[in-house]
Design a protein around this ligand. Structure first.
Ligand code: ATP
Ligand code: MG
Length: 326
């Protein structure tokens, strides 16, 4: 089959060939997104709730595992370092990730259950979401830190995907070790205390995450002032605020660079942030400058929001020549 476009310049900087030279290490909180679909014919005799008879199920890697599968889909050699429980959800995650060419180093903690978000869906609507999650133990996290330091020499970029589930307890030491080794560190943050991300290369909060740490803004000038203050305080090279339908804005030492969204159709925005950080990681790992890497990530985000569920972008979709107005 003829490739649509292998010329990186014509496809906005991306080519599968170039991406395949990059090595990305993803570390963070993994989860299993599980969907149970069924029919509802009656109300339970035990309580005033519907009885759902399950007919089929679907499973997808979520959180840091979704970041890793997005990086692998774009062609980078991708490793994932994470903690799971000694349970069938952990086994399911391992199977899903290996099918997507992610090399997963899963530290098993028998004292926890693998994080699972289970949605029960009947009559085309979500009836309930059931979450399983527990904080990993100190011993397993220490082993994970040692594995991180061991993995560092063989990767080009580190992505830390924080979903506040405890897997990144040693994030400060991870950032310091990676920066000492000269590797760019990208962080998808959570929570209201960003001091733990000090020294990272790039932080990628979405609008509401940024609002949580910096407060509201009335216009772009105020947003820029807040973003630059936080960037300087934390010693970051860049702060990328992803702004859903408004696109994304990078703040760096040179100022503010905005990119409107590329999305033509929007079906499902969940996981778009994972695609963004994965694409930036893949592009930096193969030697692309930051501004260009973000351009590719913005195109990837525009594609992924047009797909259902937490999805991935495929090389041929990014290799298609950029069109006028793109
Ligand atoms: N409704 C939308 N319309 C157009 N583009 C969108 C929309 N939502 C997301 N995008 C694209 O995806 C990018 C990332 O989305 P967003 O800022 O919502 O990240 P996020 O909230 O971290 O996503 P998630 O947490 O679901 O992974 C945006 O910068 C934009 O390019
Ligand atoms: Mg996000």
């Amino acid at each position: 089959m003829k490739k649509a476009c292998a010329n990186p310049a014509a496809s906005g900087g991306y080519s599968r060939e170039r991406a395949s030279t990059g090595r990305v290490l993803v570390v963070g909180d993994v989860m299993l997104d599980r969907y149970w679909f069924g029919t509802v014919d009656r109300i339970s005799p035990e309580a005033p709730v519907p009885v759902v008879r399950i007919e089929r199920s679907e499973e997808r890697p979520g959180g840091a595992a979704n970041v890793a599968r997005n990086a692998a889909s774009l062609g980078a050699r991708t490793r994932l370092l994470c903690v799971v429980g000694d349970d069938e959800a952990g086994v399911a995650l391992e199977r899903l990730l290996s099918a997507e060419r992610v090399v997963a180093d899963m530290h098993c903690d028998p004292s926890i259950s693998t994080t699972v978000k289970l949605r029960v869906i009947g009559r085309q609507q979500q009836l309930m979401r059931i979450d399983f999650e527990t904080l990993p133990s100190h011993e397993v996290l220490a082993a994970k830190l040692a594995a991180f330091e061991e993995a560092l020499p063989d990767v080009d970029v580190v992505i830390l995907s924080d979903y506040a589930k405890g897997g990144l307890a040693h994030i400060e030491r991870m950032i310091a070790a990676a920066r000492t080794a000269g590797k760019p560190v990208l962080v998808d943050p959570k929570g209201d205390d960003y001091r733990r991300y000090r020294g990272a290369t790039l932080l990628t909060p979405n609008r509401s995450e940024f609002r949580q740490v910096a407060g509201n803004w009335a216009d772009d000038a105020q947003l820029a002032a807040k973003a630059q203050r936080l960037r300087e305080e934390l010693g970051l090279e860049g702060l990328l605020v992803t702004r859903s339908e408004e696109g994304m804005t990078l703040f760096d030492a040179a100022g503010m660079h905005h990119q409107p969204t590329h999305a033509r159709e929007v079906y499902d925005v969940s996981g778009a942030g994972d695609t963004v950080i994965a694409a930036i990681g893949v592009m930096l790992a193969c030697g692309t400058p930051m501004a260009e890497a973000i351009g590719v990530a913005n195109r990837a985000a525009g594609i992924v929001v047009g797909k259902l569920g937490t999805a991935v972008v495929h090389p041929e979709e990014l290799e298609a020549p950029t069109q006028q107005g793109d």
